[in-house]
Design a protein around this ligand. Structure first.
Ligand code: IMP
Ligand code: MG
Length: 330
């Protein structure tokens, strides 16, 4: 068995969908597994000239690869079925390909109602937190308990370990800055967004080959804490980068990339390959800056794209960096 993992190093919305799609296109995987989160996630994928936004279904379906919603996930069944319909209508065959781990948990109407007016954290109001709370309180509803799901439910041990030579692409949701343990608690989501979260879905550490860390050339965050930088440039960043949530449509707060956070995320996730997306947005503004997470909150301003990239390469000498300036490919 081999597994490659795609993990977001900031606050979600860094372009995991694009990287996952790119890796699947090489055609080397037998499985694609979503390893955390629920329909709070919104993955934007360009496929054969069409734009799709998925919330639950792993990107494997775009290439006929078996696509499993892992045991670390929570599922809204209405959303699940309507997403399959949306994909099928768009010409993406899902029949027989989409599976749900038997131990994934169900988001119920009660979970949704409970979050309908949530403001303190600024959640996506998709019932995520309450569903995970009930999971850990041992009173949740698992996928295997739903009669209408028998055709979809699988056991991840059988799925991955009985398969002669499983080659798995693990697709994460949200990001390191939103991780329940490593994020800025309580302004976090309720699941494990790290490489460790992928392993919790029945994948042994010995199987891991590559960890693709995904970051953006600047940071965005959606939620209640103050994050947006001071100054007009950050409003421009929001506009040029079209930083509005794929799930809720809310404007994303913007700031320069925090190099200390990025470095921490790289180390904790064991990143082997780093992709920096949306360099084209900084290019349009001709603004090349970073933040450093020390008590003075220092910002570093570089004067060109080349010096900005060189700075990053010097700061992260152990990694191969890939810069992307196109929404459809690396
Ligand atoms: P929840 O996951 O809906 O409970 O929301 C908790 C925090 O995570 C809020 O700040 C959300 O805006 C944020 N969040 C959840 N999912 C995503 C995502 O897929 N992208 C970006 N932010 C997210
Ligand atoms: Mg998103």
């Amino acid at each position: 068995m081999i597994a490659d993992i795609v993990v977001d190093l900031q606050y979600g919305d860094c372009g995991k969908g694009k990287i996952t799609h790119h890796l699947l296109r090489q055609g080397a995987y037998t499985h694609c597994v979503r390893y955390n989160g629920g329909c709070n996630a919104g993955h934007t994928i360009y496929h054969e000239g069409k734009r799709f936004i998925t919330h639950h279904i792993p990107a494997g379906v775009f290439f006929g690869v078996r696509s499993v919603i892992g045991g670390g996930c929570v599922v809204n069944l209405e959303q699940f079925f309507s997403e399959i319909e949306m994909l099928e209508t768009g010409g993406i065959k899902c029949d027989g390909l989409v599976k749900i781990a038997r131990n994934a948990h169900i988001i119920t109407d009660r979970h949704m109602e409970e979050e309908a007016a949530e403001e303190e954290i600024g959640t996506t109001r998709r019932g995520n937190g309450p569903a995970y709370r009930d999971k850990y309180a041992r009173r949740g509803l698992r996928a295997e308990m739903i009669p209408g799901l028998t055709d979809y439910v699988v056991d991840l041990y059988e799925e991955f370990h009985h398969y002669p030579a499983a080659r798995i692409l693990c697709e994460g949701a949200q990001g390191f800055g939103l991780d329940i343990d490593w994020g800025d608690y309580p302004y976090v989501t309720s699941s494990h967004c790290t490489t460790a979260g992928a392993l919790l879905n029945g994948i042994p550490h010995t199987a891991v080959r590559k960890v693709w860390g995904v970051a953006k050339a600047y940071e965005t965050y959606v939620g209640s804490k103050k994050f947006h930088g001071e100054g007009e440039i950050f409003d421009k960043l929001q506009k040029v980068g079209q930083e509005y949530g794929a799930t809720t449509g809310r404007p994303r707060q913007c700031n320069w990339t925090n190099l200390s956070l990025l470095n921490r995320a790289i180390q904790i996730n064991g990143v082997t390959d780093l992709v920096i997306n949306k360099v084209d947005v900084l290019r349009e503004l001709d603004a090349w800056s970073f933040r450093l997470d020390n008590k003075d909150g220092i910002s570093i301003h570089l004067h060109s794209e080349d010096t900005w990239k060189e700075y990053l390469e010097l700061y992260l000498p152990q990694l191969e960096l890939h810069f992307s300036d196109n929404p459809e490919r690396i």
